[in-house]
Design a protein around this ligand. Structure first.
Ligand code: MN
Length: 485
């Protein structure tokens, strides 16, 4: 897919974008304390002394968070750095009681990697990962509990985060959308982050700039922090890019700053001047040793890796004959892929994919059901497809059987048996119906024989109707052509 090109008064503009994503690590306890990471506890219930910034408390690195970060790095096809170290990032804010965040700065645990995204036109694009480091989350300020007060909840303070930084490789909002969905999918396969943007366990900052088509180098970028849905991220990029074009074309300059995206207006507003690294007075964290990993540790994690979406997609295309796009849709969600594999087992895999992505998803949507609550089991979906493939029922009847399966949860054979829906493949029986239709419509028969062959479809329709939809359409066609000559 080509990128988003904005038509300005002075010519064509290209959109340049990179993202930084904070992902909460799935772990039972926080990254430097033993407090629970449970989401939804009452405020300030999961707070160890160090999370509250009590003097004299020392951090102790949670090995599970390191394990999760290495696993994630491997999932991003990235280099795992055997040496990394922690730094203090100093800033003052009410939800950061220590007065600094323990993070990684010069030496992150994960280096460069690649994530491949699939686009709706069937093409793919590689997005470069610049780095990934681990750090602690801050607490949460609550401003809407009282009109004249703010409250602080420290349950989140000290929860482990992985911050993933991409290269400025995006050229369209859709590419960023596809990347966020792909990243979320990888994290969920790995079970290292639950990827829920609306609960804040995956938070996206976007950097946007524009340049004249064909121009080299990058212009000044603006950053939008914590945009909390894929849809809003895409909207924010497009609107911010248009703003840049307008500013440049009216003779202005873009200043590097952090802006806030307002979901109601769809516009971005200035929040604060962009900070630079030196504003944070980074220095090595004196209370933690450098983190040193060996090959054995990394290889052990490698050996625990599950099949990731890309490998699964490639297998579906190669072994099951799916199109790359269909495979990417099914593989995005681990549970959907597992359901599909169960349904397709021993049946026509391509037909099962069509049913799954068509009628089946539409049924779940309409009933507002999650996959796990589906009235149609994977096995029954596969058996329905089998009934069509083996000509027990025709395609049209299958739609009716599917509707009954969704209603009752029964298996398709039982429904076909009880409702007498078996396809009529008895030549004699079909011929009898055809003879009736021919006898009842002498005018159309004459017209057909005089050359109006388009009437064939009408005859097929009449015969199917007379057989209550149960005749085999292929046989009807064949026998009709013979009889109408
Ligand atoms: Mn960060």
């Amino acid at each position: 897919m080509s990128g988003l090109i904005l038509e300005g008064k002075t010519g064509k503009w290209e959109v340049i974008c990179g993202v930084e994503i904070h992902c909460q690590i799935i772990s039972k306890s926080k990254i430097f304390s033993g407090a629970s990471t449970h989401y939804g506890s009452d405020p300030n219930q999961n707070v160890a002394f160090i999370d509250a910034g009590m003097p004299g408390m020392l951090p102790s690195l949670n090995e599970e968070c390191v394990h999760q970060a290495v696993k994630t790095g491997l999932g991003l096809n990235a280099k795992i750095n055997k040496y990394s170290e922690f730094s203090r990032k100093n800033y003052f804010y009410a939800d950061l009681p220590q007065g600094y965040q323990i993070t990684q700065f010069r030496y992150p645990i994960v280096g460069e990697g690649t994530v491949t995204i699939s686009l709706p036109d069937g093409s793919t694009k590689d997005i470069g990962i610049e780095r990934m480091h681990i750090e602690q989350d801050a607490g949460k300020s609550i401003h809407d509990m009282a009109p004249d007060k703010s409250f602080i909840d420290l349950n989140r303070a000290g929860v482990g985060l992985m911050e993933i930084v991409t290269k400025p490789d995006f050229r369209a909002p859709e590419e960023v959308g596809a990347f966020l969905r792909k990243l979320r999918s990888i994290l969920r396969y790995l079970e290292t982050c639950d990827g829920n943007m609306d609960e804040g366990s995956m938070r996206c900052d976007v950097n946007v700039s524009v340049r004249k088509l064909g121009e080299e180098g990058f212009r000044t970028r603006c950053e939008m922090k914590n945009v909390n849905s894929v849809k809003f991220v895409m909207q924010a990029i497009e609107n911010e890019a248009r703003r840049h074009v307008e500013v440049y074309e009216s003779g202005g300059e873009i200043v590097q700053e952090t802006r806030k995206f307002d979901a109601l207006s769809g516009q971005t507003k200035p929040m604060r001047k962009k900070e630079f690294a030196h504003d944070y007075r980074y220095f090595p964290e004196p209370d933690l040793l450098p983190l040193v990993l060996d090959d054995e540790y990394i290889n052990r994690i490698k050996s625990e890796m599950v099949e990731l979406p890309d490998a699964k997609m490639a297998r579906y295309v190669k072994d099951l004959g799916l199109t790359p796009y269909d495979a990417s849709v099914i593989c995005e969600n681990k549970e959907v892929a597992a359901f599909y594999e169960k349904a397709a087992k021993g049946h026509d895999a391509k037909k099962v994919a069509n049913w799954l992505m068509g009628d089946f998803f539409a049924m779940l949507n309409e009933k507002k059901l999650e996959l796990k609550d589906s009235p149609i089991s994977a096995e029954n979906l596969g058996r329905l497809v089998e009934l069509v493939t083996t000509n027990v029922i025709n395609g049209k009847t299958a739609k009716d059987v599917f509707a009954l399966m969704a209603e009752t949860g029964d298996n398709p054979e039982k429904i076909v048996e009880e409702k007498g829906l078996k396809q009529v493949t008895d030549t004699g029986a079909i011929e009898a119906v055809i003879d009736e239709v021919i006898a009842a419509n002498p005018d159309n028969v004459a017209a057909y024989r005089a050359g109006k062959t388009a009437l064939m479809g009408w005859f097929v329709g009449q015969v199917m109707k007379a057989s209550k939809g149960k005749a085999n359409p292929g046989m009807v066609n064949q026998l009709l052509s013979k009889k109408l000559v």
